[in-house]
Design a protein around this ligand. Structure first.
Ligand code: NAD
Length: 357
């Protein structure tokens, strides 16, 4: 089969679905790889490097399998036809996803978001690989917006106390944010509604904030809080947040609007010059004053809600994603043929539309 690697067209999207490094092992499995001209330019990978790795430059949209990063837009869906397979982030839980259109076009589509969080599928877990990038970059952004140092400094000109950093939501992004804040010399604290996370927080040298709410849901994700729990949580966080220089929020509940963790009053309670970085902007934000995609100053506090942080580190984000996608592809290849086994939980769960005869 042929695998087509497309050039991403979304604003600011600099990632590419397959990087040259993963091409030889795919070719060894019996596929041909066709890369759209300039597909890697955002990630600083020239066409020559794809060719050196064994790919050809050409039209990826006619390949048997088209691999992408961002969900396809209407004109991209129109380039696909019956019998083709698409792999990428397909935003299956977003209201404006294109899955019905893909189904109508007879395209077999796999959404990487729907790959189950089981050990065997970790190598394919694109949500995790990209959340790692986002968690890291969120801390750098906070540090650069902050009017204060992260590390403790003892200098002839005086002593600076380390920044206190609160991470709300300790999934993959939050854990990386805690570790990154620690490496920068800050004093990180983590909070989540899944109590099992406490040990992971401590393992990266951070403190655990316990508010006595347990909202562990299914599949390792959180459930939505009840109204009572939410009110209790917001009040407790309002008290806690006052003491922090930096708050980074990453809390998500699958398929639901982002939980509101940081109220306007909590922001008002923070010292001027403090920073909130809200990674949940795409689903409405964890902070009441967040303006998704923007950086605003309210009550003297800078509130940044960057969208698609992984695209701002296209080199490593693409490299990790490419490994995820090629592992998923390899699972579908049997003796050099594309033959996804839908008895396999990974393929059954991630497939969002297919022809059933
Ligand atoms: P996510 O992006 O869905 O959510 C981020 C975090 O926000 C979660 O930790 C969640 O508990 C937290 N959260 C939700 N509502 C909250 C609230 N009201 N207050 C505070 N925190 C709230 O999570 P994720 O990064 O995708 O990780 C989800 C789980 O999957 C984690 O347990 C992670 O360790 C697990 N995981 C397992 C594997 C694997 O075994 N293969 C791979 C990756 C992740």
């Amino acid at each position: 089969p042929t695998i087509g690697v497309v050039r991403e067209t979304n604003d600011g999207e600099r990632r590419v679905a397959i990087v040259p490094k993963t091409i030889p092992s795919l070719i060894a499995k019996g596929v041909d790889i066709i890369v759209e001209a300039d597909a890697g330019s955002g990630a600083l990978i020239p066409d020559e490097l794809f060719v050196d790795a064994g790919a050809t430059i050409g039209d990826p949209w006619s390949a048997d399998v088209v691999v992408k990063v961002a969900p396809p837009n209407e004109s991209e869906v129109a380039k696909l036809s019956k019998g083709q397979t698409l792999i990428g982030f397909l935003a299956p839980r977003n209201a404006d996803n294109k899955i019905d259109a893909l189904r109508d076009a007879g395209v077999q589509a796999f959404a990487v978001e729907a790959i189950p969080r089981i050990s065997r599928a970790q190598v394919m877990d694109a949500l995790s690989s990209q959340a790692n990038v986002a968690g890291y970059k969120a801390v750098l952004l906070a540090a650069s917006e902050s009017t204060r140092f992260f590390p403790m400094l003892t200098t002839a000109a005086g002593t600076v106390k380390p920044a206190t950093v609160l991470i709300l939501g300790v999934g993959v992004a939050g854990l990386q944010a805690l570790a990154t804040a620690k490496r920068l010399g800050g004093r990180p604290t983590g909070y989540d509604v899944r109590p099992e996370v406490a040990d992971q927080v401590r393992s990266v040298g951070a403190q655990w904030l316990d508010l006595g709410i347990d909202a562990a849901g299914e599949g390792g994700y959180a459930r939505e809080l009840t109204d009572d729990e939410r009110a209790k949580q917001q009040q407790a966080l309002e008290n806690a947040i006052k003491g922090f220089d930096v708050v980074i929020t990453t809390a998500l509940v699958p398929g639901r609007p982002a939980p509101r963790l940081v109220t306007a009053a909590a922001v008002e309670g923070m010292k001027p010059g403090s920073v909130v970085v809200d990674l949940a902007g795409e689903t409405g934000g964890n902070c009441e004053l967040t303006e998704p995609g923007k950086t605003v100053v309210k009550h003297g506090v800078t509130i940044a809600s960057p969208l698609n942080l992984p695209a701002t580190m296209p080199e490593h984000a693409s490299e990790l994603y490419s490994k995820n996608v090629s592992a998923l592809l390899e699972l579908m290849l049997v003796d050099g043929k594309l033959a996804p086994d839908f008895e396999d939980q990974v393929l059954a769960d991630s497939c969002v539309t297919r022809e059933v005869s």
